[in-house]
Design a binder for this molecule. Structure first.
Ligand code: ADP
Length: 236
């Protein structure tokens, strides 16, 4: 019998300490958790509770001071900088509160950009970028630049940019933080669809309960600890 698949994301007693002595801050103070492929997880918690630190570690942008972070069973701290960059490029997609699109650059070119770093030929890049924009409902807007799009549409471009790389995981940091309520719910329905139909694992930080409600599991951080880890029936 085959061994059960390793969790996609696992923290084993992860600590992340900033500063020393009097100035020491334990941003994460012994966090253990695991997230399976295909989950949609929301992370909540007060400001300063360690949410961003956890996301940065999951996103391979930071490393634990001690403890292990395993991605699909591989200890990330054992990887070289180049290997971590490859993992980021090939398995992870990032979506931010502020969209982070290039100004005066078309939606298509924004989505294509990460594919240039992947070394894909031009025609394949264009085709993938068009397909990703279609998936988020932006067919016909390929030539618009961010200033010609609403906030919700800009966030869709950012989601298409993440999707174009064919990620295993999308890491979304306050993805609706800059959007009105109507657009926020549209974006959450889109993320939920990508999770359910494409099987993309989603880890999302939010401070809004009605946004966290779209996830199938809620993690709550308090003072660098995982205070709650509860499954929930996602709102649809
Ligand atoms: P959250 O995202 O929940 O607001 P963070 O992970 O950003 O929390 O921060 C957790 C704690 O770590 C806070 O006390 C914060 O001030 C501290 N911290 C975060 N990043 C740094 C840093 N680069 N240098 C020093 N302290 C930091």
């Amino acid at each position: 019998m085959a061994a059960p698949a390793a969790p996609l994301i696992a923290f084993r007693d992860v600590r992340r300490v900033y500063g020393t002595g009097e100035a020491e801050v334990r941003a994460l103070d012994g966090v253990s958790l695991s997230i399976a492929r295909g989950e949609f997880v929301a992370i909540m918690g007060p400001s300063g509770s360690g949410k961003s630190t956890a996301m940065n570690i999951i996103g391979c942008l930071d490393r634990p001071s001690s403890g292990d972070y395993l991605f699909a069973g591989t200890p990330v701290q054992g990887l070289s900088n180049d290997q971590r960059a490859l993992l980021r490029r090939h398995a992870l997609g990032f979506v931010f509160q502020g969209f982070n699109l290039l100004a005066r650059t078309s939606a298509l070119e924004n989505v294509e950009l990460p594919l240039i770093y992947k070394g894909l030929p031009r025609d394949e890049r264009k085709a993938r970028a068009r397909a990703a924009l279609a998936k988020v409902g932006l067919q016909g807007r390929e030539d618009h630049d961010p200033s010609q799009l609403s906030g919700g549409q800009q966030q869709r471009v950012a989601i298409a940019r993440a999707l174009a790389g064919d990620p295993t995981v999308i890491l979304a940091d306050e993805p609706t933080g800059n959007l009105d309520s109507h657009r926020s719910h549209e974006i959450m329905h889109l993320l939920q669809r990508l999770n359910r139909e494409e099987g993309i694992t989603i880890v999302m930080v939010t401070h809004e309960e009605d946004i966290a409600a779209y996830a199938g599991r809620l993690l709550v951080f308090v003072d660098g600890h995982l205070a709650r880890d509860v499954p929930q029936e996602p709102r649809g």
